[in-house]
Design a protein around this ligand. Structure first.
Ligand SMILES: Nc1ncnc2c1ncn2[C@@H]1O[C@H](COP(=O)(O)OP(=O)(O)OP(=O)(O)O)[C@@H](O)[C@H]1O
Length: 713
């Protein structure tokens, strides 16, 4: 019986097909599993036919319905794996197929495809242009170096014409995949050795010796990063019927290398810009760790309840709903975990209060003690010094470093301030209430006494955790190999937390990894959004150095973000309604549209106007499941970790971002002032990077100064 394999180029077209066409694809595919090779060739319905003047003699098309044809690579070497590469409208199928050539990469031994006709046509033209060019992108690498990385003769000739990175990217869709990727890495400044390690070695089978008789089946088996092989009928049904989540199967080698490394001898850190697949890598790491021992217990944490719910769903998808595996993983937020520890080991858990109530309490205490400091200052001192360092006595407070705080406090002032801390804590205790962070501090102490409850801990969205929360996490697993796997992006810090992981006993030295390819957004969205952060520098995840988005890129292309000012808020909201109607008319499902604002007030207005126009709307904070219809509305904070095909960020006005009330005045504390401003800026960055295909940013009156030039005038 022949076997069937799917190239990732197929999924992109399959996902966009209408239901009846998909059913046609399934039916056609099933035949490949039922018929013998001669029967396949003879089957009238399938109508497997060769493509005239095809550059690759193995190209065939099959009938899906009157309008659609599948493009198949058929083995001609006696092996029996057929590769389904695309689904294309009838008239285009032959031209598409005729131009493509599949070859084996000499270094990775994987199957790659190129648009051979286009490369032939373009190269002479580009050679002419290149002879005039000031400099060329790959001059510093010899032919031998490039050949060792798998670059073949035709590509080499093309490579010698490439002037700069944009030209390389433009060429990208024509070039064989592995070769293109090796070139991209070189263009990013990686050394040939690094490229060999990260792109070639990870794919190359260990026993790969040049074998001229290698069959198509063998080469397909080498190409796990781009091709899925389907063996049985159930597997076929399964793969074609489930919503296709590419990330379940096609990890980028840089992702795979991190997620499936057998073991690490301590905490691991994975960073990368928005949409680079950090969460995906975290999920695959869970899968790997589960497979290593039959009784390991894993804790997977994230920042919000909504994200925890999504993580649970994704994990179930990745583990095929296998309860024996899922039952060994707890997915929760750090705060919820702390709460559980307190109820399990410390008796009744306190009622938790929010920031506003906390400030009110500090205000009362400050007044009662006649202190000159504002309630903000007291709350920040408590958060960034007392809780951050787990300080419990005046002596400890006297000796404490106040690094990161912008105003000095003399010994006398500390003595004056400390009674406020004591009163605050007493007041919480007597009323059986607590702040989230103080509850975490308590949970960390309890954990230290009872000992860790898990073997491995995976932490997603790590950039916003406070030292008190890190102490809880540190206590949840024993120190040692594969204890902590930490993913996060310091560019997305939107809460006021600063940590030094090293000082919390979490050393990731020698175990840091960075992801650079964005799988979520188009390059246009990414470039524009990155502009928001251009003027600032960002402290890295561990709190010791700085981080950057160098080399961060997307392979997706689309429209440039729409950036628009309006005369009034009312006009802005009306424009929003029209835009959403347009998107829906274009076939975008309401649940694939996200709308966000800095404040709930504007969000409520948008809610009303959209509902009045008959558009279904739901609020993200109500945790609508994926099956619930309706445009998603959220504040920028609640957008963390989510993604939508179309995103409208509205109300990006001068007075909303930065929001003055959330920014500590410079004269109260300069460092806090700067960090508050940065946090507001990151908030806009987070909001904009939720968009997959379309981003629309708007304001009324004057725009926020965070909106990158030239839109901002
Ligand atoms: N190897 C892959 N192949 C295809 N899609 C991928 C791959 N890796 C990630 N994705 C997709 O890219 C999107 C972003 O992934 P993910 O949410 O893991 O990124 P992230 O780095 O955690 O983002 P953020 O920091 O913005 O929360 C998701 O839609 C995910 O399914």
């Amino acid at each position: 019986m022949p076997q069937l394999a799917f190239a990732n180029s197929f999924w992109e077209s399959y996902e966009a097909l209408e239901k009846p066409v998909r059913a046609g694809v399934r039916k056609a595919m099933a035949k490949f599993q039922q018929l013998t090779v001669p029967e396949l060739h003879a089957d009238k319905g399938l109508h497997l036919e060769s493509v005239q003047q095809a550059r690759d003699p193995r190209m065939r098309t099959i009938r899906i319905n009157d309008f659609w044809r599948g493009v198949v690579l058929a083995p001609d070497d006696g092996s029996d794996v057929f590769l389904l590469v695309n689904v294309v409208p009838h008239d285009d199928a032959y031209t598409w197929a005729a131009k493509r050539l599949y070859t084996t990469n000499s270094a990775t031994r994987g199957l790659e495809v190129r648009n051979v006709v286009a490369i032939e046509q373009l190269t002479p033209v580009l050679e002419k242009a290149a002879s005039q060019a000031q400099s060329l992108l790959f001059t510093q690498y010899s032919d031998t170096v490039l050949r060792d990385l798998g670059i073949d003769q035709q590509v080499l000739r093309a490579v010698r014409t490439i002037v700069d990175k944009p030209q390389l990217e433009a060429f990208g869709t024509l070039l064989p995949e592995d070769q293109f990727e090796a070139l991209q890495y070189l263009a990013e400044g990686f050394t040939p050795d690094e490229v060999y390690r990260d792109v070639v070695a990870v794919r190359r089978p260990t026993d790969a010796s040049p074998d001229p008789d290698e069959t198509l089946a063998a080469v397909i088996a080498n190409t796990t990063s781009r091709i899925t092989l389907v063996t049985g009928p159930e597997e076929l049904t399964d793969i074609l019927e489930k919503p296709f989540a590419a990330w379940r199967v096609f990890l980028h080698p840089s992702q795979r290398r991190i997620a499936y490394r057998t073991s690490y001898n301590g905490p691991v850190q994975v960073t990368g810009g928005p949409g680079t697949g950090k969460t995906v890598v975290a999920l695959h790491r869970v899968k790997h760790l589960l497979s290593r021992a039959p009784d390991t217990r894993i804790l997977l944490t994230t920042y919000t309840n909504a994200l925890a719910a999504t993580l649970r769903e994704s994990l179930s998808l990745l583990l095929d709903g296998d309860e024996s595996l899922l039952s060994r993983v707890d997915v929760t937020t750090v705060n919820a975990y702390a709460h559980r520890i307190i109820t399990e080991h410390g008796g009744a858990a306190p009622t938790l209060i929010g920031d506003r109530e906390e400030l009110r309490l500090w205000q009362q205490i400050g007044r009662k003690l006649g202190l000159r400091w504002t309630e903000q200052f007291l709350a920040q001192e408590y958060r960034h010094v007392v809780l951050a360092q787990d300080i419990r006595t005046l002596d400890a407070y006297r000796a404490a470093s106040r690094r990161g705080r912008g105003t000095a406090l003399s010994a006398a002032q500390r003595e004056l301030l400390w009674p406020a801390v004591e009163q605050f804590e007493t007041s919480l205790r007597t009323r059986s209430i607590s702040t989230h962070l103080r509850a975490c501090a308590r949970a960390a102490r309890l954990l230290a006494a009872v000992g860790p409850g898990y073997d491995h801990l995976i932490v997603d969205e790590a950039q916003d955790l406070h030292p008190a929360q890190w102490r809880v996490l540190r206590g949840a697993v024993p120190s040692g190999g594969d204890d902590l796997f930490i993913t996060g992006d310091p560019h997305q810090r939107i809460y006021d937390s600063r940590v030094s992981l090293g000082s919390l006993g979490i050393s990731v030295a020698g175990r840091t990894n960075r992801l650079r390819i964005n799988y979520r957004s188009t390059e246009e969205i990414l470039t524009w959004s990155t502009g928001i952060l251009a003027p600032v520098s960002i402290t890295d995840l561990g709190g010791e150095g700085t981080d950057s988005l160098a080399g961060y890129r997307s392979l997706l292309r689309g429209r440039r973000p729409g950036v628009q000012g309006h005369g009034s808020e009312q006009v802005e909201v009306s424009a929003l309604v029209e835009r959403v109607q347009e998107w829906i008319a274009q076939g975008v499902r309401p649940s694939e549209i996200g709308i966000c604002t800095r404040f709930n007030i504007l969000l409520d207005k948008a809610y009303e106007k959209l509902s009045a126009a008959g558009i279904p709307v739901v609020r993200v904070r109500d945790n609508p499941g994926p099956e619930v219809d309706g445009v998603r509305l959220a504040t920028m904070h609640a957008m963390k970790g989510l993604e939508f095909r179309c995103v409208a960020v509205i109300g990006v006005t001068l007075s909303a971002l930065p929001f003055a009330r959330e920014v500590t005045p410079r004269e109260v504390d300069t460092l806090q002032h700067d960090s508050d401003l940065l946090r507001e800026r990151c908030l806009l960055f987070v909001a904009c990077t939720r968009a997959r295909e379309v981003l629309q940013v708007s304001w009324s009156g004057r725009p926020s100064t965070f909106v990158p030039e030239p839109a901002h005038h």
